[in-house]
Design a protein around this ligand. Structure first.
Ligand code: SAH
Length: 263
């Protein structure tokens, strides 16, 4: 099927989202919002989106048009009556591989309407981190290919120079959860998503350190007290205590981060 024969991708926009709606109800056509950050997903499971991104701060930001969600359903580009998207691996072995011709058509469709780079979510990719989230947040958007089965035919990744990004050193059944995790980390950095109350300036990975421990009321719980300094009202002392606690925690838990910070 040619890309031009396929329906336009589904979009999720500010008009359409309420927490009570089911994902399907959110998939009305919406115009591209000029200033929105664009998340474009190529997936066999468009109904998985916005998923958890429809809740809380990211959900409000979607409703407010700070970011827009577009999905390209890979199935619509499949071969033949059954819209086949996969086939057995060349050389034999277990599982199925997503076909390059089918994925190629979906990528062409995405390129024609989505700004920003194309990445393939893959356990072989560069490890996603806060720096990557910051870089992505500065772009007009990102297109993400969610793999399934054994993954995607290598030729289509080479042809479109798709970079691979991993959520971590483990294997998921598909890219959709990885996409949502990376989108969450990126979207919360877009201007206007976090209020002052949820600043991204002083949190884990923002300055190379893990965050200090957090406490709230009651001041004493099960015999455990909040450290006195935090109740002292001395802002200088509190800041100093937090910075020291942050360093200590990082030293103990993440020697790799600590070494980089110490340099
Ligand atoms: N055979 C592949 C794994 C396929 S898992 C291998 O051994 O490398 C199926 C799909 O899940 C992948 O195509 C990818 O899109 C997604 N996926 C699995 N683990 C992932 C991870 N750690 N990060 C991002 N995506 C992942």
């Amino acid at each position: 099927m040619a890309a031009s024969d396929t329906p336009p991708p589904k979009s999720h926009g500010r008009k359409s989202i309420r927490p009570s709606l089911k994902p399907r109800d959110l998939m009305g056509e919406t115009p591209q919002l000029a200033h929105a950050w664009h998340a474009h997903l190529i997936t066999l499971f468009p109904e998985a989106f916005p998923g958890v991104l429809g809740s809380s701060l990211t959900g409000k930001a979607l409703k407010d048009g700070i970011w827009q969600l577009h999905t390209t359903n890979l199935r619509e580009f499949g071969e033949g009556k059954h819209r086949n998207v996969d086939d057995t691996p060349a050389g034999g072995g277990a599982g199925m591989v997503l076909r390059p011709d089918v994925m190629g058509r979906a990528i062409e469709d995405a390129i024609s309407r989505a700004p920003g780079p194309i990445v393939y979510l893959s356990p072989r990719g560069k490890r996603f981190d806060q720096a990557m989230a910051r870089d992505w947040a500065r772009l007009p958007g990102v297109t993400m290919i969610c793999g399934r089965f054994e993954g995607v035919d290598q030729r289509v990744l080479d042809h479109y120079r798709v970079s691979e990004v991993s959520l971590g050193d483990f294997v998921l059944t598909g890219g959709e959860i990885a996409a949502q995790a990376m989108l969450d980390a990126t979207i919360r950095l877009l201007p206007g998503v976090l209020g002052n109350a949820e600043s991204a300036v002083e949190e884990s990975h923002s300055n190379g350190l893990l965050e200090h421990p957090q406490y709230t009321r009651p001041a004493e719980w099960n015999g455990h007290r909040i450290p006195d300094v935090l109740l002292s009202g001395h802002h200088g002392d509190i800041a100093k205590w937090r910075h020291e606690a942050s360093k200590e925690l990082t030293k103990q838990r993440r020697p790799d981060l600590w070494d980089a910070y110490d340099e």
